[in-house]
Ligand binder design. Structure first.
Ligand code: MG
Ligand code: ZN
Length: 480
């Protein structure tokens, strides 16, 4: 913790110098238009998908050192500068999806939900990444989803619907290669029967890697495509590299370094997936990977003060609440003010992986406790066994449906009911609440936090809108 605090002090001190420099620029030439002296050379835009204020707050307590009296500041707290509204174009109401929000963050224009950097008339919009490339900067994207998922796609592509995954992947080649570096998942979209986009990237001069180990042996000054998963990457909790976002980001800063600077998008994509699943364990582990990324970038900016880092969320997800509703009539709910993240800190696998293992094996209570790395009660064990039986019944019912009936439904998973049960056990033990009751339609319209540090970070202070973030980045990149 000491090390973090001193790194923060260095950053703050450097930040103060930058501000003074900026102020004197303005007074000497009487201009408020950023010039090369006040514009950062490198811009790192980070999106925590679904990371509303409940997530950054929960992370502070998750990250708290229980052996000290104080609640330590998180790496996010230190760089907080304000909040951002997230609403999409009027046609989509007040609650945004990741596509419309990423379009706002990437282009400065509000659009309809599902749109990938096209406006409400489906006309393409210039993105900050495209503009940075036109200015001679290198560009890159580092994400934990598939690289053609809504957020990265909105910086790289234009499509009327985010679900056109193959078309979006194709556009990464067909509409001109826009980035020098792509790290994330996506084998199933980039290596298809009808088209082998990885080979097309190689033919265009890219090096290709598909294992984290190869991140340390990349050729410099050669563009790179790195795909490390079929679709999204495994949950941080289950990945062989728990801090894969920070590892990929660190490599990207080395790979993109050049005299003209770079623009990079980094996305902690799966905080949102934890929120949709109402899975506090998975969500906090994704937050921890993002926190490691910010801690690395603090040190990086201290050494490279001509770099700007901006972090925000596209929206919040799941209606996460730190504490469950208190109702004495429900024995599952504590009627006390408590949030107990202790068991989350020591989790060594995702609830999803636990549920799959429980579905496929006859585990004892002792084995379950060992796997979870915390203790559940005998009643919880009964609940898990009952949910396993329910799952089997649901599967049998599904098997009896006609082909047409099957087609109209999602196929149930053997572990589905167990997953619901184990997440409920974790919610009750930690006293975590969720406003949403299903996995779909669970974004919320609450404003999201904005964090910034490094050169030009003062531009992002206060209550702003998600479109302002793109507008400010365009200005810092010299666009009139
Ligand atoms: Mg996303
Ligand atoms: Zn979402």
């Amino acid at each position: 913790m000491k090390k973090l605090i001193s790194a923060a002090f260095v950053t703050l001190t450097l930040g103060a110098c930058t501000t003074t420099e900026h102020a004197s620029d303005i007074s000497s030439d009487n201009s408020v238009v950023p010039n090369s002296l006040s514009s950062p050379k490198n811009i790192i835009m980070i999106v925590g998908d679904g990371m509303g204020p409940a997530y950054t707050t929960a992370y502070r307590y998750y990250n708290d050192d229980p052996t000290t009296v104080e609640i330590e500041q998180s790496v996010f707290d230190k760089h907080y500068v304000g909040t951002s509204s997230t609403y999409p174009a009027k046609v989509s109401g007040y609650i945004t999806d990741s596509a419309a929000a990423a379009t706002a963050l990437a282009t400065g224009v509000k659009t309809y939900n599902d749109a990938i950097s096209v406006d409400t008339n489906k006309k393409p919009l210039l993105t900050v990444l495209e503009w940075a490339k036109q200015q001679g900067k290198k560009t890159g994207i580092v994400v934990t989803s598939q690289i053609n998922h809504a957020t990265p796609a909105s910086y790289l592509s234009h499509n009327e619907n985010r679900n056109n995954y193959n078309a979006i992947a194709d556009s990464y080649i067909d509409n001109g290669i826009k980035a020098d570096l792509y790290f994330g998942g996506g084998w199933k979209y980039f290596i298809r029967e009808d088209r082998h986009l990885v080979n097309e990237f190689k033919a265009a001069g890219f090096q290709y890697i598909d294992d984290y180990q190869e991140l340390s042996t990349l050729e410099r000054n050669k563009p790179v495509l790195g795909l490390f998963g079929d679709s999204g990457l495994p949950w941080s909790l289950d990945d062989k590299e728990k801090h894969r976002l920070s590892l990929m980001t660190e490599t990207a800063t080395k790979q993109l370094k050049n005299p003209n600077g770079y623009f990079m998008l980094v996305e902690a994509s799966q905080i949102d997936w934890g929120g949709h699943g109402r899975d506090i364990g998975a969500a906090m582990a994704e937050m921890d990977d993002l926190a490691k990324t910010i801690a690395f970038l603090e040190e990086y900016v201290a050494k490279n003060p001509d770099t700007l880092v901006v972090l925000t969320a596209d929206h919040s997800t799941g209606g996460l609440s730190i504490g469950r509703k208190t109702a004495k009539s429900n024995k599952d709910i504590h009627s006390k003010y408590l949030w107990q993240p202790e068991i989350l800190r020591t989790l060594t696998l995702s609830p999803e992986k636990f549920a799959k293992t429980f579905a496929n094996n006859n585990l004892t209570l002792a084995q379950v406790n060992k796997m979870l790395n915390f203790e559940i009660s005998a009643e919880d064990m009964t609940l898990l066994l009952q949910s396993k039986q329910e799952g089997i019944k649901i599967l049998e019912q599904y098997q009896q449906l006609s082909a047409a009936q099957k087609y109209a439904k999602w196929a149930p998973k053997a572990e589905g009911q167990i997953l619901i049960a184990i997440k409920k056990i974790i919610d009750i033990q930690t006293n975590t609440g969720w406003g949403s009751i299903s996995a779909s339609g669970t974004h919320t319209a609450i404003d999201v936090p904005v964090y910034a540090f490094g050169k030009g970070s003062e531009q992002f202070n206060g209550q702003i809108d998600n479109t302002d973030i793109a507008k400010k980045i365009f200005t810092l990149l010299g666009k009139k």
